[in-house]
Ligand binder design. Structure first.
Ligand code: NAD
Ligand code: AKB
Length: 327
């Protein structure tokens, strides 16, 4: 049975990974941490939780030792839009946090999952069917920290034998915890606005294509890659991973299949548009499929149907505050 530590556990990804991992490995075997405790009350109260900055090596070491942790899901990071507004904070958190975790993993023989992102690519990368191994010259601070993260994780693997693994997630869409300041946040917000107001004003242009994934698939990937046979993993940090690619206009079209009166408007945010323009339209994820059997379950239609169903139920009765868990 794995004994897991999660950093940044109350965020968009962490909150749903926590629920799934606790169901799979037992609540007491999944210790969660975050720098804040003003949200996620249910998660905090349902099992071991510590307030901890992921750069605080002493505190994390105490937790790893006392809970005999063997696997770390390191999720604490600043996302692309927030990172661009605070570049030096982002550099510090995204790189120093990871180095702290890797140092502890080396000392206590832990495996480490670190999510990378489509943000590792830049304007000189091939935009369509972006390959696994290709040019990575990102122009955003987020992307720079994520490329550094991929490289340092590989380094700890080949130099010290630490079992590091990671995926390049696309934009993640969910209905449990709101997104934390990324360029792809519009693809989540649009469903909430569609259900509550029947209209949405998008900050990206209507023809901006980006890779996306529904949260149940993202959680499945995080679990499957950490359970994969290590001998088969040639690309440890990190695997291209996608489930679908669409533009805001296309997503609005799918929403109209279920809510015909839905309208989309545009008010472009130049900062987030510039970041989106530098990312791939769509990636290929062949290496993940071959090396550990990756296969997504949700496409745009299935995700749209599920998001609208869950949110319609939730907002029909505002007292039903929790989200639905999928995995
Ligand atoms: P998020 O912003 O929703 O959550 C991050 C969490 O980290 C927050 O709960 C925050 O309080 C916590 N945190 C911030 N500073 C911290 C610190 N110093 N110490 C400990 N915790 C701290 O982000 P997310 O969407 O859950 O992303 C998780 C990981 O997945 C990140 O590495 C991100 O780059 C990656 N990722 C996310 C997406 C996406 O669309 N959500 C896509 C690609 C990659
Ligand atoms: C962001 O937009 O910053 C994230 C990501 C794709 O890494 N959602």
């Amino acid at each position: 049975m794995k004994r897991i530590l999660i950093t940044g556990a109350l965020g968009q990804l962490g909150s749903e990974i926590t629920t799934s991992l606790r169901r799979r490995y037992g609540t007491d075997n999944v210790v969660i941490t975050d720098i804040r405790d003003n949200t996620g009350r249910e998660l905090i109260e349902s099992g071991p939780f510590y307030l901890a900055d992921c750069r605080d090596g002493k505190k994390l070491t105490e937790i790893v030792r006392s809970h005999r942790i063997d696997t770390i899901y390191h999720l604490a990071a600043l996302l692309s839009a927030t990172a661009e507004a605070n570049p030096l904070t982002a550099w510090d958190l995204n790189t120093a946090g990871l180095l702290t975790v890797l140092g502890i993993a080396l000392e206590y023989s832990c495996a480490v999952f670190t999510p990378s992102s489509i943000g590792v690519f830049g304007p000189t990368t091939m935009k369509n069917w972006t390959p696994q191994d290709t040019l990575q010259r990102p122009t955003s601070m987020y992307g720079i920290t994520k490329v550094a993260g991929e490289l340092i994780c590989d380094y700890y693997n080949h130099r010290y034998g630490v079992d590091t693994r990671g995926v390049r997630y696309p934009g993640l869409i969910s209905n449990v915890t709101p997104p934390g300041g990324g360029t792809t946040d519009y693809a989540v917000d649009i469903y909430y606005a569609a259900v509550r107001k029947k209209q949405y004003t998008c900050f990206l242009k209507g023809d901006t294509y980006l890779d996306m994934m529904y949260m149940p698939d993202a959680v499945k990937a995080a679990i499957e890659i950490m359970e994969a046979n290590p001998e088969k993993l040639r690309h440890r940090n990190a695997f291209n991973l996608t489930a679908m690619s669409f533009s805001p206009e296309e997503q609005a079209g799918y929403i109209r299949r279920y809510l015909p009166e839905f309208e989309i408007y545009y008010e472009i945010d130049p900062l987030r548009q510039a970041i989106a323009n530098s990312w791939p339209n769509n990636m290929e994820d062949y290496a993940a499929r071959v090396e550990w059997g990756w296969e997504p379950e949700y496409d745009l239609d299935a995700m749209t149907r599920d998001m609208l169903e869950v949110l319609t139920l939730r907002f029909a009765d505002e007292t039903n505050a929790g989200g639905r868990n999928h995995v």
